[in-house]
Design a binder for this molecule. Structure first.
Ligand code: PMP
Ligand code: GLU
Length: 397
């Protein structure tokens, strides 16, 4: 029997599959070090857990409005007002099952079959497949390390066709860690307005930036661009809440209504207890975010400095998120244990097999000359992983 051609064309998430390989090896008692998972290694702060326990004990265990509780939407609006200088009402907010779900809602609300979505590369692996799942056509905008993996307004304009519907903008970016300045965003916003397209602005890493304050949101640059922007954000990264599955969007009320209607059929509300926890996350004390950021920053500086001292590999310093893109171009063509490194997949496979270190190949991120290391892991693990990298490279022929 012929199963769905669309579903059969979708690859599994490489980030999640590396992480599960790492976890399986670890469970088998192997001394493996994992740099795959893009999730904070910190526990969810206690006051957030307490709010969830209180919610259970108070009987908040039933359906909420499908697009999220009003109290949570109000907390999200307050966050936008205070942190991003953006004014939204609850009619602009949909709370979903993680930012992944918010992204699917966003693409679903704006795309018709064959619409093109411009996707800057290197991109987070799921964007590509999500565009396909939404019947869109990904159009890749390549960027280079020399330009800090950032595109400019001209690069964007060159790819716009009558079929272009939207740009996906991820700042701070996964996997690049790069942040767009207000000036760069202004030029990009002008192109978006001129060509009458939308922008999906994924701001999930906005609080995890190291040499600056909260970076600007493209939506904050004027009413016209705000009306064309769907902001995607969530509590997963900022509050170490990846397992709770709460993401949200802010968009004009017409788009919000479409997303909310579809979500009411697809999933109903996101978990009611997790919504109560998200209110506590957004409204409660923020010192745990600062502590986590401090630790990430120390690891970032160490990893970047040490990696650039290892002959054969290099990286640029990321400004946000918790990833380092390691350039492996100089290792291509070399052999490890009689097997050739011909791209990021073989590098990652051999490094895992021979030295028990899990990193993510960037083949699935639109650039095969890099592998991604997540520094959301302990300093001890980072030291161990980089020691093993040196060993791996020393043994190459
Ligand atoms: N956007 C980016 C750029 C991400 O790295 C992630 C991480 N999974 C997500 C969205 C999805 O986050 P969530 O866990 O809330 O679905
Ligand atoms: N976003 C994280 C990553 O890139 C988590 C895994 C995933 O959802 O892809 O590793």
């Amino acid at each position: 029997m012929q199963l769905s051609k669309k579903y059969q064309s979708i690859s599994p998430s490489s980030t999640l599959s590396i992480d599960s390989k790492y976890k399986a090896l670890k469970a088998a008692g192997i001394d493996v070090v994992g740099f795959g998972a893009g999730e904070p290694d910190f526990d969810t702060p206690q006051h957030i857990k307490d709010a969830a326990i209180r919610a259970i004990n108070s009987g908040y265990t039933k359906y909420t409005p499908a697009s999220g509780m009003i109290e949570l939407k109000e907390a999200i609006c307050k966050k936008f007002r205070e942190e991003n200088g953006l004014s939204y009402g609850i009619e602009n907010i949909v709370v979903s099952n993680g930012a992944k779900h918010s992204l699917m809602n966003s693409l679903g609300a704006i795309l018709n079959p064959g619409d093109e979505v411009i996707l800057p590369a290197p991109y987070w692996v799921s964007y590509y497949e999500m565009i396909l799942l939404s019947d869109g056509v990904p159009v890749i905008l390549h960027t280079s390390e020399e330009n800090d993996f950032k595109f400019n307004a001209k690069d964007l304009e060159a790819l716009i066709t009558p079929k272009t519907k939207a740009l996906i903008l991820n700042t701070p970016g996964n996997p690049t860690g790069m942040v767009y300045t207000e000036e760069e965003l202004r030029a990009i916003a002008n192109v978006i307005e001129e060509h009458d397209i939308f922008v999906i602005s994924d701001e999930i890493y906005e609080q995890l930036v190291y040499d600056m304050d909260t970076p600007p949101s493209i939506a904050s640059l004027g009413e016209n661009i705000k009306n064309r922007t769907i902001i995607v954000n969530g509590v997963s990264k900022t509050y170490a809440m990846t397992g709770w599955r709460i993401g949200y969007t802010a968009a004009n009320s017409e788009i919000t209504k479409l997303m909310s209607n579809v979500q009411s059929h697809y999933t109903s509300n996101p978990n009611s207890i997790a919504q109560h926890a998200a209110i506590a996350a957004l409204e409660g004390p923020q010192h745990s975010v600062l502590e986590m950021k401090k630790a990430f920053n120390e690891r970032r500086l160490y990893m970047v400095e040490r990696m650039n001292c290892i002959p054969g590999v290099s990286c640029i310093k990321p400004q946000g998120a918790f990833y380092v893109m390691m350039n492996i171009t100089k290792l291509l063509g070399k052999t490890a244990g009689n097997r050739k490194i011909d791209g990021s997949d073989s590098f990652a496979q051999l490094f895992l097999e021979l030295n028990n270190v899990a990193v993510v190949p960037c083949s699935g991120f639109g650039n095969d000359n890099y592998v991604r290391w997540s520094y959301a892991t302990s300093m001890d693990n980072i030291k161990k992983g980089l020691d093993r990298l040196e060993e791996f490279i020393n043994n190459l022929r």
